[in-house]
Design a protein around this ligand. Sequence first.
Ligand code: NAD
Ligand code: DAO
Ligand code: ZN
Ligand code: ZN
Length: 370
Amino acid sequence: MIKSRAAVAWAANRPLEIEEIDVAPPKKGEVLLRMVATGVCHTDAYTLSGKDPEGLFPVILGHEGGAIVEEVGEGVTSVKPGDHVIPLYTPECRECKFCRSGRTNLCQAIRATQGKGLMPDGTSRFSKKGQPILHYMGTSTFSEYTVLPEIAVAKISKEAPLEKVCLLGCGVTTGMGAVLNTAKVKPGSTVAVFGLGGIGLSVIIGAVMAKASRIIGIDINPAKFEVARQLGATECINPKDYDRPIQEVIVGLTDGGVDYSFECIGSVQVMRSALECCHKGWGESIIIGVAGAGEEIATRPFQLVTGRVWRGSAFGGVRGRTELPGYVDRYMRGEFELDTFITHKMGLEEVNKAFDLMHEGKSIRSVLLF
Ligand code: NAD
Ligand code: DAO
Ligand code: ZN
Ligand code: ZN
């Protein structure tokens, strides 16, 4: 057992508590990581709120990490101590039906145990005074030390600053990947981005990389507009400034609708607007936001009959071990920036402040440093 400083969520809707916990050594096929930095994402807050039907407690949250391999378990060959890695909440075993299909990044090799907050052998590596504490999204990056299956770490360049590229562990890859991988936005396209948080801003970065000609940012918080424009939004609009549905406004602004839209909020009402602001005949709308448990989307089917396409994207469709190192390399070559996203940096002990800043709409990403 090694001792680790961790932010523990003992129960839903309660502040996290900084604890010294015990972390068991990695078993066969597992790796022990020392966390260097982690972003705090909307999804951590969603689970902590108690609204996540899969949310289990006590748990160590966090899934946007940058880490160094400390120790490897029996049989691990793809990484060694000292390697720099990004933990993957969407693993890549390269052997399951999903991985072999070449058609999805949704590896299912450890899905059942990961969903229960456990390692693939059905147990947890975390405990406090003998009481087990659960893993979260297979990553639990709010701990100085964490254990992951080998198939859930992406080995990246040692040159890359972990306190920045940790954001590629979720938000930035999700948004950029949805544009470049899922939608495959073509040069000259018009794009609408609903929600200008970390995900929506990453969609804007992806749309700039894809050479979209027009990028319309939509948010009910106009404080988000300046940074959206800075990253490449050509115009920003607030639905509250109009007395008709926002999809009608966008159709009017774009000669019949956009080529692509992205929902980056998790609102089923906005998902409908995002679909219906797409151009008849070819417009595609990508759902990225995670809606509340049990919620359903609706539109008139004729919207689809007349050529609009509704799709979804998880982790930007990115296969973590194979493709994420390339995203890090693209960042290192200066193809996109991450500094604008990091509005706050603080120690792990200030994790609750990071959640407060997110709820107040004052941060894009807080990065916790260990
Ligand atoms: P965020 O809270 O930082 O940003 C959401 C933005 O939406 C905010 O700026 C808010 O003002 C705006 N907004 C809220 N209601 C609105 C409305 N009705 N109209 C217009 N704008 C509105 O969240 P985030 O971190 O950017 O995450 C966005 C969503 O993406 C969440 O649902 C999150 O769970 C999800 N997510 C999905 C994936 C995936 O792989 N699909 C990965 C990560 C996060
Ligand atoms: O294979 O069923 C599965 C799980 C897929 C998980 C995809 C996660 C995408 C959305 C969650 C938000 C991530 C922060
Ligand atoms: Zn797999
Ligand atoms: Zn996330």
